[in-house]
Ligand binder design. Sequence first.
Ligand SMILES: *Cc1c(COP(=O)(O)O)cnc(C)c1O
Length: 351
Amino acid sequence: MSPFPREDFGRLTLYAPDRRPVAVDLSDNTNQWGTHPAALERIRAATADDLARYPELYADVLRDQVAATFGVPRACVATGCGSDDVLDSTFRAVWGPGAFVSYAAPTFSLIEPFAHVNGMEAHAVSWRDALDDPGRLLQGRPALVYVCRPNNPTGEMAPRTWVERLLELVGEGGPLVLLDEAYADFSGETILREATGHRRLLVARTLSKAYGLAGLRIGFAVGAPETVLEVEKSRGPYKITRLGSEAGAAALADLGGWMATAVSECVENRTRLVEALTERGLPPCDSRANFLLIRSLSGSAKDDALALRAEGVAVRPFSDIPGFGDALRVTVGPWPLMQTFLDALDRVRSR
Ligand SMILES: *Cc1c(COP(=O)(O)O)cnc(C)c1O
């Protein structure tokens, strides 16, 4: 019998969040201030060669800039077509017979599919249990432990001491710890640099959120050279476009400029939105990211999201978050957009 289609692919589906056009889209945590001007400038200066010729094999322009921006050696930097690609490649790199991934749940919705598509099971440990005892993530000897910090969709941040304890328990021979810092720019705290000297730690980053480059698909990870080499092999050559590598590098070179301004406004508006939601009896989870998670208005997050969409605002619904129930995740943006969201929320609630 033909092995195609794969039997274990039966449980996989295409990723299908509601992406229909809407006036104000606060559903995907992209940068509501726009995009990094230095990246846009590089794209606008594109030549025929940028498109006609193959890019560098392993995105060295981008790797060199990540190295310069964060003060790490180039050999400690892996890249990918978005950090999704870095995560997927890392999962593939740890695969072996019986290998599985463990993670603190709820977390990034693509973790289970990435495990499954790479022929692995994904074991969820509840966020509270994992926070009480990081050793719970090591039960059954996983090949990989995924932790998102700050966590999507709650915005909560595992303390630094917790990560250090987890790494202590992992030791030299334990699983690889994949720390997803997609929102670290908003939390102002990172352990990216420490990863260069730790063979069991890989820290993933993206330019899709704080840098406003989700459409360009640029992600990277920092770890020990031996770890990074395996991820680069797993991902393969030519995955970053020439324009992506150079525009991404241009944005990273300007660390204190556009990005820092957008992030500080975002953090201010996050505080202001927490107050506005709390006044309405909807206190959000304690977030260090560019989004807030609130309880469902009606008990059904899907219904709420549709009602808000009818008012011109998209948020991301989540079903049955443990200890929280149905919930809505809303991206923080410039205040006029937040006011539009609050007005839509008030209209939906007054019905
Ligand atoms: C948005 C997001 C990513 C990343 O995305 P790319 O666009 O693929 O770089 C990765 N991890 C988490 C937790 C995210 O929320």
